[in-house]
Design a protein around this ligand. Structure first.
Ligand code: NAD
Length: 372
């Protein structure tokens, strides 16, 4: 079996699907491993360093033509899929909710498609969970970026030149990214408050030394996969009104609220922004899935009444080496767990919950009902 790893084809994404510290688990399989030229240019790793690990360098085109399994950060182009051998497999972050055409094309061309965003939330699969590994780093990066845009320091400082008060940070949405944002802001010395519609996170917020903001929205809850349920329009209005008071007193507001497979809820509107202090910062971590904040724009910093609204996408790429290390581990675990050494091929066992959930296209058929 030939496995190829491709260089990122998005100029805003410096991550690599392989990393020098994790490549040994792939090479130990006994498969032939190829990589696209300059795959490590965004993580300071040369082609020679990868070649020294026993894997071979090829052009992108050759990787597609020769491989049985292609590992890619982003969805490939149609013509790239057309150049692949029938029955081969693409694995990576395929963004399927926005890529139905890719699924249809793979089915037509008999190319199997594994979407790592669909790894189920079960304990056995945590090591493959790309959403969590990248959201964790994104939460960290959001705080660092926000701090860079603030004209105050985050920690309290008592100096001969006066006492500097700690910055106040408000984190809305306490999933994986939100928890890391809270932890990072706390480590930097800020006073942190947080809110989520899932009551279960209150304990987690407190255990990080932050304050949980109580907003009674009536019945909320979560799905069996741990994702938040969508609020009614009335609940959203109530949330906006009550959390507005916390936004007004905050120096940094970080929003991470997401709904799996649906647009992010709009939870900060201009009315709230106009009450905030001039010089304060809002970081909209949901900007790529529609945005939590009115007026936020992907990859731009918008200024409204002195408030900076930041919409940087691809945040994990800001710490590309660590992001690549974590991602490559996620990918490698999937490949190693389902690689059959005797048959020298991937074992697509649809009785397995991870295969059933993550393999969206198999042998010319779309397997996941959401996309059929
Ligand atoms: P996510 O990215 O889907 O959403 C981020 C957060 O936004 C969530 O906490 C959600 O409750 C919150 N949210 C949604 N609407 C909101 C609103 N209107 N106002 C405020 N907050 C709102 O979530 P995630 O980071 O993927 O994590 C969701 C949960 O799943 C977490 O508890 C996480 O720990 C858990 N999880 C479990 C596993 C596993 O068991 N393998 C893996 C990853 C995450």
């Amino acid at each position: 079996m030939i496995i190829s790893a491709l260089k990122s084809n998005d100029s805003r994404d410096s991550r690599s699907p392989i990393h020098i510290d994790t490549i040994a688990s792939l090479t130990s399989l006994g498969a032939e491993i190829l990589f696209e030229t300059e795959i490590g240019s965004g993580i300071h790793t040369s082609d020679d360093e990868f070649s020294d690990m026993g894997i071979q360098k090829f052009s992108r085109e050759t990787c597609f033509i020769k491989s049985d399994l292609v590992i890619s950060l982003q969805p490939p182009k149609e013509e790239e899929i057309d150049s692949m051998k029938s029955g081969s497999t693409i694995l990576g972050m395929m963004n399927p909710f926005y890529n139905q055409a890719l699924l249809n094309h793979c089915a037509k061309k008999n190319i199997n498609l594994v979407s790592m965003e669909f790894i189920p939330r079960i304990t056995r699969a945590q090591k493959m969970d790309v959403l969590s590994s990248q959201a964790n780093l994104a939460g960290y990066a959001a705080v660092i970026e926000s701090a860079n845009h603030l004209s105050n320091a985050l920690p309290m400082m008592m100096t001969a030149a006066g006492t500097l008060k700690p910055a106040k940070v408000f984190v809305i949405g306490v999933g994986v990214a939100g928890l890391q944002a809270i932890a990072t802001a706390k480590r930097l010395g800020a006073r942190v408050e947080a809110f989520d519609t899932r009551d279960v996170v209150e304990e987690q917020v407190k255990s990080l030394g932050a304050k949980f903001v109580k907003i009674d929205l009536g019945e909320t809850g979560e799905t069996d996969q741990g994702y938040a349920k969508e609020l009614t329009p009335e609940q959203i209005e109530k949330q906006k009104e009550l959390q507005s008071l916390v936004c007004e007193r905050s120096d940094i507001v970080i929003t991470t609220a997401q709904l799996f497979g649906r647009p992010a809820p709009k939870i900060i509107d201009n009315k709230t922004i106009d009450k905030m202090k001039s010089g304060s910062v809002i970081f909209d971590m949901a900007v790529e899935s529609g945005g939590n904040v009115e007026g936020s724009i992907v990859d731009e910093v918008v200024l409204r009444n002195g408030v900076k609204i930041i919409g940087i996408s691809n945040l994990a790429s800001k710490v590309s080496s660590h992001a690549s290390l974590a991602l490559s581990n996620n990918f490698n675990h999937w490949v190693c767990d389902f690689y059959d050494k005797e048959k020298n091929q991937i074992n697509f066992d649809f009785e397995d919950e991870i295969i059933k959930s993550s393999v969206l296209v198999y042998e010319g058929k779309i397997m996941n009902e959401r996309f059929q």
